[in-house]
Design a protein around this ligand. Structure first.
Ligand code: GLC
Length: 645
């Protein structure tokens, strides 16, 4: 009997015992199919250990057990997903991101808002962290003390499963966060570590003295320099320095310990079995540490994700993994898999570079940096997809590399400083109203908080003694322009709650002692259902934005060239204010154009012709016919989605 057969036997006699022969067969087939994908990253991670095989068998037991426990409804979903494996790449995918309590009170409340989501065209709902956090300050829920329980005030795990089911019945896939880089220091593992249990101390990264921490700190970046200095925290009770990349109460997990990998794998599949279809894997760039490096984006962080992916594919192939890696372009693309791991890492990842470039272009009124930076980004594997977005719950960090800036005649440092000044409201004449987040005096790095509408100029336009109508109009145009870009770029566009009705910065967080220190709460408002009630009234600001977005979403769903597998090529338009992007698939080509300046512009007809868009053109946004033989005129922040008619 070879090893493989022995494995199967153990599984069949163990966790798979109670299943029908066909169900057992399906599992074993998948294991054979993905066997190599499971083995390769696991060997790279843990292959040097003498007990490697014991651990590998332990992981197989975990997936077999979770497979056996998977509700039949979800097994059917797995079949559907395997049959239509580009389901998340289709142009009808539209994401929406919100905090359960701020959107609808609690989980059952979200169920009552499904009609609203459907009206907007949503097919994917990301509910912000909702697993049981530590009491008190918890970094917006990113400090979890129990991954198998829901936050008390939001409901129970059964409520979550029930919501996932009703969403699914309405063709909406549920996404939740899995905070896999760290736990709250109140998590049961951390408590045992704190009580002196050596096994659990090995779940985290703990040091007896400052020798190694000092050496690590020479090269790691400080993520929250305003919250605490350094990446380690000393605990007298255990006389240890603990690795805390983020806040003091968030302890980084030690993935060099295979027990940690196994625990997280088990949690992952447990959540998938509740009906969660997408897991947003938080802070994945930090999952592996290596002396002498910045301890981000290490090869092992990728192997961990590849192993999660391969193992979860066997137990729950319907599950998608989404990487949250907010890192510069060269480090970002590999999270979607490259080389041997092409199509074998995360299926989706945030396109933070595109997001940053949209805001950069609006501030500058020019698109050279965006065009260049996007042109340089390598294509992504065919079975993966970007998540495009204009805002999320986090700050905006100016991911502009020195090389990209220099290539278009800018100085990277000065440009990043300009953007921070512009969006914090300091730059003379700026339309933006944001706030500086995490000023780092050592590097002069300043990130930005602020809601989409406030950063786009709406807050300032409404804030004077009299409403500045022209400024309001420009702000709405900016909001629609950048959304038109994320809807056309390719991948799953994510709408961030409240942006669809132009919600402004919310300063009420300053009164809550658990939130006051973190100004990212400025752009995590409570849903304004009164404003949302005006969404069909185009004489209202909220109505104009909502209707505008809804129209774009409807148009997008019918454009096959917006499938994530279709190519996306940024092009020079011969006008430095007008961004151009070609989406290309065997089923058609679309030219997306957007004027990022507050002045009227034209795109020269000869350039449209060169790009293959001569003759009569059809604007897919509103069905208008456009003569491609004339220069194309743009009002401030106008955009087009053009097809040759
Ligand atoms: C991610 C989250 C962010 C959080 C951090 C630590 O970056 O998006 O909100 O502060 O991880 O968990």
């Amino acid at each position: 009997m070879n090893n493989q057969d022995k494995n199967y036997e153990q599984l069949l006699e163990g966790p798979l015992r109670g299943l029908e022969p066909l169900e057992q067969e399906i599992f074993c087939n998948r294991l054979a199919l993905f066997g190599e994908d499971v083995e390769r990253p696991l060997r790279l991670l843990y292959g040097d250990r003498p007990d490697f095989e014991t651990w590998r068998d332990h992981f197989l037991m975990i997936i077999a057990r979770n497979y056996a426990e998977r509700p039949s409804e979800l097994r059917m979903l797995d079949m559907d997903r395997l049959a239509e494996d580009d389901w998340f790449q289709l142009p009808d995918m539209i994401g929406y991101v919100c905090y359960t309590e701020r959107f609808a009170g609690d989980l059952p409340g979200v169920g009552e808002k499904i009609d609203y989501l459907k009206e907007l065209g949503v097919t994917y709902l990301h509910l912000m962290p909702l697993l049981k956090p530590r009491p008190g300050a918890n970094d917006g829920g990113y400090a979890v003390m129990d991954y198998r329980q829901v936050r008390d005030d939001l409901g129970t795990m059964d409520d979550l499963a029930a919501l996932a089911k009703s969403l699914r019945e309405n063709d909406i896939s549920l996404c939740i966060d899995l905070v896999c880089n760290h736990t709250a220091k109140e998590h049961a593992w951390a408590r045992q570590a704190m009580a002196g249990d050596a096994d659990f101390q090995d779940y985290y990264l703990m040091f007896k003295d400052r020798e190694l921490p000092d050496r690590y700190e020479q090269t790691v970046r400080e993520i929250f320099p305003e919250f605490k200095s350094g990446s380690f925290t000393y605990y007298e009770e255990i006389d240890r320095w603990v690795w805390t990349t983020f806040n003091e109460f968030q302890w980084d997990l030690n993935y060099a310990n295979p027990a940690v990998f196994g625990e997280m794998l088990d949690i992952m599949l447990y959540l998938a079995n509740q009906g969660v279809e997408v897991l947003r894997l938080d802070a994945v760039a930090f999952m592996w540490k290596r002396l002498g490096t910045d301890c981000e984006n290490q090869p092992e962080a990728h192997y961990i994700l590849q192993a999660f992916r391969a193992l979860s594919r066997v137990a729950a192939p319907g599950l998608l993994l989404k990487a949250e890696a907010i890192v510069p372009p060269p480090q970002l693309v590999p999270y979607l898999g490259q080389g041997e791991a092409t199509n074998k890492e995360c299926e989706v990842a945030y396109h933070n570079v595109f997001m940053v470039m949209l805001w950069s272009s609006l501030a500058e009124g020019k698109v050279a940096l965006m065009t260049h930076a996007l042109q340089k980004m390598p294509p992504i594997p065919s079975r993966t997809s970007w998540l495009t977005y204009v805002r999320c719950h986090d700050d905006i960090g100016w991911a502009v590399t020195e090389e990209d800036a220099a290539a278009v005649g800018l100085n990277g440092f000065l440009h990043r400083s300009f953007l921070s000044d512009f969006y914090s409201g300091r730059f003379p004449g700026t339309h933006a109203r944001g706030a500086t987040f995490q000023f780092n005096p050592r590097t002069n790095d300043r990130r930005i908080s602020g809601s989409c509408a406030s950063l786009a100029g709406l807050e300032k336009a409404l804030g004077g003694e009299e409403v500045d109508r022209q400024a309001v109009d420009l702000a709405i145009r900016r909001i629609l322009l950048i959304h038109s870009m994320i809807l056309a770029f390719g991948g799953i566009p994510l709408l961030y709650m409240g942006d669809e009705i132009g919600l402004l910065n919310d300063y009420s967080y300053e009164e809550d002692p658990n939130l006051a220190a973190d100004n990212r709460w400025i752009h995590r408002p409570f849903m304004d259902w009164q404003k949302a009630g005006e969404r069909r009234d185009e004489t209202r600001i909220s109505g104009r934005i909502f209707q505008g977005l809804q129209g774009l979403i409807r148009a997008r769903k019918d454009i096959f060239a917006y499938h994530a597998q279709a190519g996306a090529y940024p092009v020079w338009t011969h006008n430095e204010h007008i961004f151009g992007l070609i989406r290309e698939s065997p089923r058609g080509r679309v030219l997306i154009l957007g004027n990022f300046s507050d002045q009227s512009q034209t795109a020269p007809a000869y350039r449209l012709l060169e790009l293959g868009f001569g003759g009569q053109l059809l604007d897919l946004v509103d069905g208008r016919l456009i003569p491609g033989w004339q220069d194309l005129r743009f009002e401030p922040y106008d955009f087009y989605w053009l097809r040759v008619n």
